[in-house]
Design a protein. Structure first.
Length: 315
């Protein structure tokens, strides 16, 4: 099995509209593997201060979870809101393996909602709105459990397919490209260099078109090597073994542009950042795309710079 090169620290980005897009954890390929980001569940309490009000907008790939805080959550206490979910029903909040928290930007009470994307079609999910007064989740309060079933798989953008989130479908309607969910959900606050320190070899030209990212990655790795002590973007993707798949690669710039067009330009609440492509430009530069940019125009980044990596795979 290929070894994952970088352990990137995940930092949650909560938008002003509190719209979130959640990822799967490493392992089985089931979306609902992600653990609780370091939170430790205390014995749960329920003072009726948070209510799970509704689940709406259910498609094959995403749904909106709605809740309400009946008492103000003070910013000074670093209070957090979010929800817990699983594909099984639980009576105790501590039994949910998957929880997400986000911190409001001001003292908060009232209604809130999160878009949970990257769902698997034709699957039943169980959710509860949750809140805590501190970042440690102590005490944890929660609302009643609601369930919903996603529509049958439909190959819609944002649906969890073949180990990642679907962002491109070819003319057959049966094949396409998926992206690593974790990379799109979390703001890494950095990432690897395009060319690692100590790598031998000169910069060479790689392709930009859709369908060329895999060959680009192979070319880059065959040139710069697989020394795991020298970190660089293409080797991270090449080394990724996740959700039952080990054929991930660094996307070409046109593939990366499709991620922005078909995922970021829809309101899925993805974390913004600059992501490396496997496409080089002039000597010493490679294309990088800012997902928070107003336009789809890529940027030329020095290969000695740091940027995030979003690995993709084809199916």
């Amino acid at each position: 099995m290929k070894k994952v090169l970088f352990l990137l620290q995940h930092t949650v980005l909560l938008t002003g509209a509190m719209i979130l897009f959640l990822s799967c954890g490493k392992g089985s390929g089931n979306l609902d593997n992600m653990n609780n980001g370091g939170h430790v569940d205390p014995p749960p309490t329920n003072n009726g201060e948070v209510v799970t009000t509704a689940v709406s907008g259910v498609t094959s790939g995403h749904a909106t979870i709605e809740g309400e805080l009946t008492k103000e959550l003070p910013l000074g206490a670093n209070g957090e809101i979010g929800f817990a979910w699983d594909t099984k029903s639980h009576t105790n909040i501590a039994d949910y393996p998957n929880k997400f928290y986000g911190q409001p930007s001001a003292p908060f009470s009232g209604k809130f909602k999160f878009i949970r994307a990257g769902l698997t079609g034709g699957t039943t999910y169980y959710v509860r709105a949750i809140a805590s007064r501190t970042v440690t989740g102590d005490p944890l309060i929660y609302g009643k459990e609601l369930s919903f079933t996603t529509k049958a798989p439909s190959m819609e953008y944002g649906e969890f397919v073949q180990g990642g989130i679907l962002f491109y479908v070819d003319k057959t309607g049966k094949h396409g490209l998926v992206a690593d969910l974790d990379a799109l959900v979390y703001n890494f606050g950095g990432g690897p260099k395009w060319k690692g320190d100590g790598n031998a070899g000169v910069l060479f030209t790689t392709s930009k078109a859709i369908g060329t990212g895999n060959a680009n990655t192979t070319t880059i790795v065959s040139t710069y090597g697989t020394n795991q002590t020298i970190g660089y973007a293409a080797l991270y993707s090449y080394s990724l073994d996740k959700n039952g798949y080990s054929d991930w690669y660094l996307p070409s710039i046109d593939e990366l542009s499709q991620i922005k067009k078909n995922l970021y330009e829809n309101p899925l609440g993805l974390a913004s950042g600059h992501f490396w492509s496997s496409t080089t430009t002039t000597a010493g530069y490679a294309w990088c795309l800012g997902t928070d940019a107003v336009t789809d125009t890529p940027d030329q980044f020095l290969i000695s710079n740091y940027a995030a990596v979003c690995s993709v795979r084809s199916f």
